[in-house]
Ligand binder design. Sequence first.
Ligand SMILES: *Cc1c(COP(=O)(O)O)cnc(C)c1O
Length: 400
Amino acid sequence: MRTGQTHLFIPGPTNVPEAVRQAMNVPMQDMRAPDFGDLTLGLFEDLKPIFRTQTGQVMMFPGSGTGAWEAAMTNTLNPGDKVLMSRFGQFSTLWVQMAERLGLAVEVIDVPWGAGVPVKEYARRLGADKNDEIKAVFVTHNETATGVTSDVAAVRRALDECFHDALLFVDGVSSIGSIDFRMDDWRVDLAVTGSQKGLMLPAGLGILAVSEKAMEASKTATMRRAYFEFADMVKMNADGYFPYTPPTQLFHGLRKSLDRIHTEGLDNVVARHNRLAEGVRRGVAAWGLDLVAEHHTLYSDTVSAIRVPRDIDARDVLCIAYEDFGASFGSGLGRLAGKVFRIGHLGDLNEGMCLTALSIAEMSLARAGANICFGSGVAAAQSWYAYEAVEQPKLRFAAE
Ligand SMILES: *Cc1c(COP(=O)(O)O)cnc(C)c1O
């Protein structure tokens, strides 16, 4: 038996606020009732500002972020279409794999894990693509495996500068609702997220926003899809209904979490993530450890991937944290297994929780054999939270 609270410091599923959990504790209801739209229509409307879109069509598929990604690809592309992608972490790797499985012709650029989307190389390939053979360009906005945030606006500029017409796909699963994301300003065509990260809900909804241009493409796209057909979804959603059974409990939770985000203000939510993340980063720096992210302009405000000293196995750190201190950190994914552990800092979070994460990480690192001065990371973060953070840092990707 364990006493007290366990600690979830992983980048999804994130902590569900108590009020959101309570809101989901409702009886089952009739999903074809005449007033069902009273619950759902407002959700579609209030999700739009989360994507910062006015013209995008928001859809919610039962599933997770991965399902929404499959929906995005299969509804807007044709078998054999050429798509431009880059691989710099486990999630961007999975998207390449999915695109290949679905029969797309993937032009993939491999960059080091810790780098971001190779904008210059994208620009070069788009510029060389005189016949517009590339039909879509993919950006993993926040690579959760490496803690790297890429510059989506710069990819949009690269497309515009060579008058390229490709669709812009963005994986925003661990950024939307936590890190500055602007669908309309950046003219993103397909933006994907899931319920269990910035939206502070259990997993179960794959959420996407689709531009008018992508909706138009969906009318003629010939890839096979059945469950994820946009047309079926859009038709039923118009009156607040779904083509199959939706997870109604999650909708009640979503209502509450959207209310919370709108009450705090999305700009404030984004600023809070930046402030909390910076404290964690200062803690890591005080330990003398490095982040996987190669440069400070790439640092993610939702997850920090931390390299452990070479003679330490990060799996030991995770194990000690979990077994002895009731805390979960993110593991090193793919080629980072054993070399990295991650602190997720997104969703329903505050300073005290980040300090707890740093404190337990210090004990776990030390027990795993790392040379850590107890309190060093915690003190660096405390100093930031108590004094320095009061002056808000400028947001990195604010509107131009
Ligand atoms: C979590 C995550 C996913 C996977 O989403 P699921 O909801 O687990 O399907 C994809 N991309 C990124 C960047 C993520 O953080």
